[in-house]
Design a protein around this ligand. Sequence first.
Ligand code: APR
Length: 315
Amino acid sequence: MPRRNKITIVGAGNVGATAAHWAVQQDLGDVVLVDIKEGLPQGKALDLAESGPVMGFDSNLVGTNDYDATAGSDVVVITAGVPRRKDPATGKFTSRDELVDINRKIVGSVTKEIVARSPDSILICVSNPLDAMCHVMLAESGFPRERVIGMAGVLDTARYKTFIGMELGVSVEDIHGMVLGGHGDTMVPLPSHTSVGGIPLRELMSEEKIDAIIARTRKGGGEIVGLLGYSGYYAPSASVIAMVESIVRDKKRVLPAACLCQGEYGYDKLFLGVPTVIGAGGVDKIIEMKLGDKEKQMLEVSANAVRDVVKLLPY
Ligand code: APR
């Protein structure tokens, strides 16, 4: 008898809990929500389960601090980590190097707990700094590259499409395009590969406006932090669930995702946001699209920014 998919989400914070919400609403499978904080995953899972009779879903939801409940998961989303914080004593923010050090330990230990119980799972990394944390997950899991994927491109692309839709006053559903590269200020939106209802973006928008949208996309995460005082979570969680859906339904969607490049686009042994086909086995393939010289240069800048963070890791 076919069984339901089992989706584990580690980190029951803003992104993790909201991802659980989207997952059960879309009937993607049963969900296990894990967190280090006692009560948090249990409380969120129970509250969400209690919305089932109202919303009409019947996924089983478990909230736990114990990884045994995650055994046999098909897909595991890892959002565990700490954000950058201001030290009240010194007024200084956590530096990037400190953040890498803290989160690599968290992501590394979570990965080990997961793979010990779900050796055939597909891992999706959400924790930041994203591209570096993908390297940690790959190294600690020992999984092939097809089963360790980072979520950044779907989110960055969603922001890019949102801003284009706002500017043109058209449905975001009809906007196609992609953002490649690392997850940060150097990400690479591709206006020459963006279309609206099949019409090239450049026929509809001036270069000035496109540049402004690219700049806003690159700072999209920061714009939300500026407004809320903490990171966004609706769009990040929806983005990771689009990837989960493509896996559990074997949809083979073409989505930008952080993958370990092994020669693609001229990069080797580096996680970078590239166009992928996502299906039941994880990354079915990486699509190598033609890039213009300017786009290649931007990708190089982005790859260098990723390398700068990755070199802080002990691998
Ligand atoms: N094991 C399990 N959970 C952990 C661990 C750990 N070792 N360490 C921290 N966590 C949990 C925290 O208890 C918290 O509930 O991870 C959760 C993170 O949630 P939030 O702080 O709300 O952060 P969120 O906004 O969800 O972002 C999560 O995604 O986009 C990225 O930069 C973001 O790295 C961050 C991650």
